[in-house]
Design a protein around this ligand. Sequence first.
Ligand SMILES: Nc1nc2c(ncn2[C@@H]2O[C@H](COP(=O)(O)OP(=O)(O)OP(=O)(O)O)[C@@H](O)[C@H]2O)c(=O)[nH]1
Length: 266
Amino acid sequence: MSSVFGKPRAGGGPQSAPLEVNLAILGRRGAGKSALTVKFLTRRFISEYDPNLEDTYSSEETVDHQPIHLRVMDTADLDTPRNCERYLNWAHAFLVVYSVDSRQSFEGSSSYLELLALHAKETQRGYPALLLGNKLDMAQYRQVTQAEGAALAGRFGCLFFEVSACLDFEHVQRVFHEAVREARRQLEKNSLARPLFISEERALHHQAPLTARHGLASCTFNALSTASLKEMPTVAQAKLVTVKSSRAQSKRKAPTLTLLKGFKIF
Ligand SMILES: Nc1nc2c(ncn2[C@@H]2O[C@H](COP(=O)(O)OP(=O)(O)OP(=O)(O)O)[C@@H](O)[C@H]2O)c(=O)[nH]1
């Protein structure tokens, strides 16, 4: 199967256009969303990022011999889900990240999983999510056991992995590719993939926003109706940066790449 902006076409094969998959990385500040994203895209661990910038990157990947045009949104919510429409209406799958050495970030990840479950219920569609316990290299300072992570993932029916943005690239890559597989399965399940739509200014006032009903701070999610939909041309509030595949990048001759959030990668 191949697709253009998430709309699948039949008859995909090695010669067809790459499948387009959008992944959003969610989680509390400091969980390691940017570090994981950068590790996946560049094979490198960069230790400091501007926490207030939100970017979307694109990368050409091959997953199970299928070309994938992957977009990754490294979100920058503050401490709770905020303005979630921008990723709820965009992503085909979600990586929800916490840090194994922070109980607070673990609790934060559960509010993201609740948000996704609610969104799935409201839209009556599946939204694959993977729960990631990051900073596995800090296991000696663990505040969250592996069993707790697995139990939380089990409660929401999602896959669970413990990873580290500063250890091996292959493990991080496997996790991102697993997210692509999940998204692909979901796209295949939907006879028509979820179209990329965003609501116009007119909210449907008869329906209370999620925040009122579920106490999710600042997350106003307006129900969509065909009368208030228009196609979303770009990712709202996010800068798109095109990144060649990590393999291609490592072969680049340029000594310095100014790539992510204004940080130079040497
Ligand atoms: N030891 C260790 N540190 C990590 C790991 N991943 C990220 N960090 C560090 O944790 C801090 C936060 O990482 P970020 O990637 O900025 O976290 P974030 O979730 O993007 O945070 P915001 O940008 O604030 O939303 C940084 O100092 C990183 O260097 C990891 O796997 N191991």
